[in-house]
Design a protein around this ligand. Structure first.
Ligand SMILES: Cc1cc2nc3c(=O)[nH]c(=O)nc-3n(C[C@H](O)[C@H](O)[C@H](O)COP(=O)(O)OP(=O)(O)OC[C@H]3O[C@@H](n4cnc5c(N)ncnc54)[C@H](O)[C@@H]3O)c2cc1C
Length: 437
């Protein structure tokens, strides 16, 4: 039977969401999940499910019942004929990478950390970078969901296909995702490289950089003319002969302890931010490293921050960055975190920020404890000017109407939601307000 913690405080990674649910439940089987949902239904309790708590917003918050699938982790089934692997929804990406590797497989792409749960990651459209890759949600071929009614349904392109289009990115609003079937690829090695470039050279050469590298991203340091470029390419010769990862030399300054000390200084003296940005730009690590893919995408995040990220049309990356640069300079914002710029291939997932448009994703950060609102507000205006779509797991202030205007399938999504959850069991205050429900 499932374990239970009463009045257990829960907070997200960034420390921006604190929560004390009446009960925090840890089901140990599919039937545990079903009985929790049925009990909540009978007692008219609100229910939310948490992954690793790495969303910056109160998406997963609940004052009544919270459930965690931490005890539902690991591989359920491997379909070698179709290169598909079914895993429990609570499986953390770091564990998943190793488990897949042990079976000779890997995910085709990943984001910049690997501590999320697979269900949580796909539920907000977590993405990496690379013009030929969609978000993690696009790697999903089937889901097993416990609906708010307590039914267990499979959804895929051929089974309950309407729910599939909605369910691959569903913010925990359609049901509890207990199993995820992923389309996987044969395990592979990546060569990574990090180097410094002038911002103008980077923006002038974006076409070349993004199309000639498997994974390309860049970080622009505000108040400077410097970017860090990070690229990764498949090591063709070693696709089937995996070897050990060499030390990752392509890391970011933001990944190490010195950056924490500098950030503390900025918090105490915000005007120091510009100097720190210059120092960080000069300290960009240059070098190469290589290793198995699951060891290469993710890097530790030792410094806590708040983040906002939007997607715009891929071809607008340079214009948006130039506008952001203008806004930061005009407002003289005290910001020392680099701006992270990535590319994602378009998809057909209803709530995806890359829905039917190849996307540039641009993320701004502020150190924990520093005032992010004026900065984020000003940059959000730039994103909106370009018909930007917010990343669901990150900060934004879009109204329901604005969301309906830019997420063209939001209404279709809400129709599916209403059918599955007519009494709003899975809604919390944040979702109600955001979507005007
Ligand atoms: C340091 C850091 C780095 C990040 N890097 C990236 C990045 O590179 N790319 C990117 O796109 N995002 C990134 N993110 C954002 C992060 O990937 C997303 O917010 C992701 O959703 C977090 O996954 P989680 O397991 O923590 O889910 P949570 O934040 O716990 O939950 C997210 C949503 O998923 C729902 N959910 C969780 N489990 C289930 C389930 N079993 N069934 C149904 N719904 C469920 C929750 O209800 C909630 O709505 C980063 C965040 C941080 C803090």
């Amino acid at each position: 039977m499932f374990s239970l913690r009463r009045n257990k405080d829960w907070k997200n990674w960034a420390g921006t969401v604190y929560n004390r649910p009446e009960a925090l439940l840890y089901p140990k089987s599919l039937s545990d999940v079903v009985s929790i949902v049925k009990t909540c239904k009978a007692q008219n309790k609100k229910l939310r499910v948490i992954g690793a708590g790495h969303s910056f917003t109160p998406l997963a918050a609940s004052s009544e019942v919270l459930i965690s699938l931490d005890h539902l982790s690991g591989i359920v089934d491997v379909d070698d004929a179709h290169h598909r692997v079914t895993v429990w929804g609570g499986t953390r990406l770091s564990r998943l990478g190793q488990l897949l590797y042990d079976k000779g497989y890997a995910m085709e792409n990943l984001g910049d950390i690997n501590v999320q749960s697979i269900a949580g990651a796909i539920s907000t459209g977590t993405h990496g970078t690379g013009v030929t890759f969609g978000s993690l949600s696009t790697q999903v071929s089937k889901l097993t969901i416990v609906t708010p009614n307590g039914d267990v349904i499979n959804v895929s392109a051929t089974e309950n296909s309407g729910v599939f289009q909605a369910g691959r990115l569903s913010l925990g609003m359609l049901g509890i995702i207990v199993k995820v079937e992923l389309a996987v690829v044969t395990s592979y090695m990546l060569d990574a490289e990090s180097y410094r470039l002038e911002l103008s050279d980077c923006l002038d050469n974006l076409d070349e950089l993004r199309h000639s590298n498997r994974n390309f991203e860049f970080f622009w340091f505000p108040h400077t003319h410097t970017v860090q470029v990070k690229v990764m390419n498949a090591q063709m010769s070693s696709l089937s002969t995996p070897s050990k990862t060499t030390p990752n030399l392509s890391g970011l300054l933001v990944e190490n302890g010195a950056f924490w000390a500098l950030s503390e200084l900025c918090r105490a003296m915000p005007s120091f931010s510009k100097t720190v940005s210059h120092v960080s730009a000069k300290a960009v690590p240059t070098g190469q490293s290589s290793g198995m893919s699951h060891d290469m995408y993710a890097t530790p995040r030792l410094v806590k921050f708040t983040e906002m990220e939007y997607s715009v049309r891929a071809e607008q990356m340079a214009d948006v960055i130039e506008d952001i640069q203008r806004v930061i300079n005009q407002n003289n914002f005290n910001v020392h975190f680099p701006i992270e710029c990535r590319y994602v291939k378009k998809d057909d997932i209803w709530l995806s920020p890359a829905y039917e448009r190849d996307a540039a994703y641009i993320a701004v950060h502020m150190y924990k404890g520093m005032d992010y609102q004026p900065y984020f507000d000003a940059i959000e205006e730039v994103f909106r000017h370009y018909d930007g779509r917010p990343h669901w797991g990150k900060m934004h202030t879009m109204s329901a109407q604005q969301l309906y205007d830019t997420y063209l399938k939001l209404e279709a999504f809400m129709d599916v939601r209403k059918k599955l959850d007519p009494n709003g069991m899975l809604l919390n205050g944040y979702l109600r307000e955001m979507f005007g429900l």
